[in-house]
Design a protein. Structure first.
Length: 92
């Protein structure tokens, strides 16, 4: 897989913004098939930074009731990437 296929989008939430400014950790939505090594390689290639560590979360889809029954949104994989103390990513 190419780096642009692995990293779907950066997550810009209030919690992720605080985490990036205080702890130098950034959150991304990634492909569900990607491993931690794939994610590390893709971040280093796309943003030209050094990755210190990668943590992943598999988040199941939410179930909602609709008029015609239950609908489940798609499951998502998130990656929290810790960078080297000298490196930064400008997302905004």
């Amino acid at each position: 897989m190419h780096a642009t296929e692995i990293i779907r989008k950066p997550l810009v939430t209030e919690k992720a913004t605080v985490d990036s400014s205080e702890h130098n950790r950034y959150a991304f939505e990634v492909d569900r098939r990607a491993t931690k090594a794939d994610i590390r390689r893709a971040i280093e290639e796309l943003y030209k930074v050094r990755v210190a560590g990668v943590a992943t979360q598999n988040r199941k889809g939410e179930s909602r009731r609709m008029r015609y029954g239950r609908v489940t949104s798609a499951a998502v994989k998130r990656a929290i990437v810790k960078l080297h103390p000298e490196d930064r990513i400008e997302l905004i």
